[in-house]
Design a protein around this ligand. Structure first.
Ligand code: CA
Length: 122
């Protein structure tokens, strides 16, 4: 009879231990491979988003640089880059000769209107 009681208490203790292990310890142990895999996926997603942000920023930068260049260089003189907002110039003010000129030619480099600017020395 005493043996059965001891066996019963042993069974209770063992059951409590198994319950303790199942309920308290196992859920608190992280699953390394699953967490690591999800973390890698999250990092890859963040990297991709960062690369897309950088690519868009690069596109925006090039767009603004092109826009700025187009605004600064007067389109009447495609062979040169004369400031489209700069002061009025004469041929003696620039070192270039015989370059293409398109209307409106606000500097008047092509007086004879043959499409060639600052021929000769004038
Ligand atoms: Ca001319």
């Amino acid at each position: 009879m005493g043996g059965w009681i001891k066996f019963g208490w042993g069974l209770v203790v063992a059951t409590c231990l198994i319950f303790f292990i199942i309920v308290l310890i196992i859920p608190s142990v992280p699953e390394p491979s699953l967490i690591t895999g999800q973390m890698v996926l999250d990092l890859q997603k963040e990297q991709l988003e960062e690369q897309q942000r950088l690519a868009k920023w690069q596109d925006d930068l090039e767009y603004w640089q092109d826009l700025q260049a187009a605004q600064i260089c007067d389109p009447s003189y495609p062979d040169l880059c004369l400031d489209s907002l700069g002061p009025d110039l004469d041929c003696v003010d620039i070192p270039y000769r015989g370059f293409r000129v398109f209307p409106p030619d606000r500097h008047g480099f092509d007086r004879d209107q043959d499409g060639i600017g600052c021929e000769g020395t004038s």
